[in-house]
Design a protein around this ligand. Structure first.
Ligand code: HEC
Length: 163
């Protein structure tokens, strides 16, 4: 056997040996790993809505700040929604929210209900979340809307903030 052939064989042996060693050990599935990758359709628990990164960040914020008033149940049990007048729209209420422009949603989230001529029961979040987070919330609101949100379906309403 010449030296070159011996070298090739040694390499082949090394390759098979290392790839055999590299067999992945099966990690136990982490149930929380997909917690922000999908949202269960609020109107149909059988249906999963896949979320992209932006929407997943919005979901995280929604479950921290908004779920208490804008959903009928929360991870901590019943929500506050039935105690609030006027009743806050469910956050997947496409019939109400699909017609609102991103700008209007951003304004009411950042400036609060009273700045937009709505109820002061909708708090202003501009001091605690930035525009980036507001946009993530909007992406999430659009993703879970029922009926589904179609950007060009309706001319968007413009609601400038009160000066
Ligand atoms: C303390 C309860 C409460 C919390 C918490 C709350 N909201 Fe609201 N929200 C309201 C109420 C009440 C209204 C309805 C105001 C009205 O119709 O006059 C409202 C209205 C809205 C609207 C406007 C709906 C429309 O059609 O005009 C949006 C969008 C909204 N909230 C988003 C959010 C987001 C996002 C969060 C979390 C960052 C949040 N809200 C947290 C009570 C709340």
């Amino acid at each position: 056997m010449n030296a070159r052939l011996a070298l090739v064989m040694a390499c082949l042996f090394a390759l098979t040996a290392t790839s055999a060693c590299r067999k992945k050990s099966a990690a136990p599935p982490d149930p929380l790993r997909r917690a922000y990758d999908v949202e269960t359709d609020w109107n149909d628990p059988q249906k999963m809505i896949p979320l992209n990164y932006q929407e997943a960040q919005g979901k995280r914020l929604f479950y921290a700040d908004c779920v208490w008033c804008h959903a009928d149940s929360t991870p901590a049990g019943p929500s506050n929604r039935s105690n609030v007048t006027p009743a806050p729209p469910l956050m997947n209420d496409g019939a109400t929210l699909n017609g609102e422009s991103d700008e209007y949603l951003r304004n009411i989230i950042m400036l609060g209900g009273s700045a937009m001529g709505k109820s002061a029961m909708m708090p202003p979040y501009g001091q605690t979340i930035g525009e980036k987070e507001a946009n993530q919330l909007i992406a999430y609101i659009r993703a879970i809307a029922q009926p589904p949100y179609q950007p060009s379906a309706k001319p968007q309403s413009g609601y400038p903030a009160k000066q």
